[in-house]
Write a protein that binds this ligand. Structure first.
Ligand SMILES: [Zn+2]
Length: 424
């Protein structure tokens, strides 16, 4: 029957096309790095793997802020140097651009201000009253366990191992902390999503997909430098951009908690790391752009969203309470950056820096940096693993390092939302 004959023949040609396609892809891969369709060409006017801004999106902020409010945020929080890239008049602000001829001026509020356009995150004061005992009721929280784990940890250089002891792998430690934290937040009423829930990367790109891009950035450089840059662009740039897409388009949380463990320089040999006598804590907020960063048009665009959404206000208020609970729960001293580092001090243990995650996630972001992984006591705590209750470790009775981390966040968030939200 004709219909019987036709169907298999279509399937056959589809199958043949599939086989040819697979052979083509395999040949492309085996004959060297290929351009991945989602990897743009490098453009010095944009941050690495950045996209040209749609400046018209800023028109929604017309009449939302006064000139004074914009200026104050720009100078106090976001810029380290003088303003060279924003044309500010009494009427409004326009970002400089050589990529687009039609950058609109965002009008400042003159007298009565317009109510801000909708955004996906809500501040504590915008949330409805919470039932008794559930201060985080309905708060959408994304937990972002920093770095990647397992086999990727060595490439990221967030890994060391002494003899046959348990490897110290930041990406696995942050994931363990995240998995302990999530049910604790849920029991306070929050809706929790993990941005990374396995030891694998979130991005589908791999270093090979980024080798051409890295090669164009480092034209003429030795092969090993290009390979090393393509690896860094994989585990840092592409990975965080993939997480940002998940955060902004799918999870759309009220806050993001980026979990990290800090480290001091452990030298060139991860199998013979140098220990540091130092151990400390800080939280990183968003701000403190270097001139070379604000020179990128996409960074300028992302910065304007942050200012017009009033993100810093909620972020700093949250971080202030979280910093207090951390300093108390861990007994760690507040970290001080050395002079000359591109940072702004916001408060005790609070520092503004222009990190990619903090910039791209379009909501308040708390980036935690407790514990120095190559401090002797921290190393011993990591070797003791996770356990319930308290045990003697490194000469005193302690909770597991992961549960101490979790509890500091739980106490801080509970305190913050209890004090800022009405109860039912
Ligand atoms: Zn980290």
């Amino acid at each position: 029957m004709p219909s019987r004959l036709r169907k298999p023949s279509i399937l056959c040609s589809l199958g043949a096309a599939l086989v040819i396609g697979c052979i083509y892809l395999w040949l492309q891969r085996s004959s060297g790095p290929a351009d991945h369709p989602s990897v743009p060409d490098p453009d010095p006017r944009l941050a690495n793997l950045g996209k040209a801004p749609d400046w018209n999106a800023l028109k929604q902020y017309d009449g939302v802020l006064s000139r004074d409010e914009f200026d104050t945020a720009l100078q106090d929080i976001y810029l380290l140097g003088p303003n060279r890239h924003f044309d500010i008049t009494n009427e409004g602000v326009r970002a400089a651009s050589t990529m687009s001829q039609h950058v609109p001026r965002v009008a400042f509020a003159q007298g009565k201000r317009r109510s801000p356009p909708p955004r996906y995150w809500r501040s504590a004061s915008e949330l409805p009253p919470a039932p008794e005992g559930r201060p985080l009721n309905g708060v959408r929280i994304a937990i972002d366990p920093g770095h990647i784990g397992g086999e990727w940890a060595r490439m990221e250089e967030r890994w060391y191992q002494i003899d046959e002891t348990t490897p110290v792998t930041e990406g696995d430690m942050t994931l363990l902390t995240a998995k302990l934290l999530a049910p604790g937040l849920e029991s306070l009423g929050a809706t929790v999503t993990l941005v990374r829930s396995s030891r694998n990367p979130v991005t589908e790109l791999r270093p090979g997909d980024l080798q051409n891009y890295a090669g164009r950035l480092l034209s003429g450089a030795p092969e090993e430098k290009i390979v090393s840059l393509s690896e860094r662009m994989f585990y840092r740039t592409a990975e965080i951009r993939a997480r940002a897409s998940l955060v902004n388009n799918t999870i759309r949380p009220d806050i993001v908690l980026c979990l990290h463990f800090n480290a001091e320089d452990w030298g060139p040999h991860p199998e013979k790391p140098r220990f540091s006598p130092r151990n400390h804590f800080h939280i990183i907020l968003h701000g403190a752009y270097l001139d070379s960063e604000i020179a990128h048009e996409d960074e300028r665009f992302e910065l304007m969203h942050k200012i017009f959404q009033g993100t810093h206000e909620e972020e700093a208020a949250l971080a202030g309470v979280l910093a207090s609970s951390f300093l108390e729960a861990t007994g760690l001293p507040a970290y001080l950056y050395s002079i000359g580092r591109p940072t702004k001090r916001v408060g005790p243990a609070l520092w503004a820096r222009n990190l990619l995650a903090n910039r791209l996630y379009q909501c308040p972001v708390l980036f935690f940096e407790p514990y120095v992984m190559n401090n002797q006591e921290v190393y011993e705590r990591i070797q003791s693993g996770d356990y319930e209750g308290k045990r003697e470790v490194a000469g005193s009775i302690k909770k597991s390092i992961y549960r101490e981390y979790r509890d500091a966040i739980l106490i801080g968030l509970k305190t913050y939302y209890e004090s800022r939200r009405a109860s039912e």
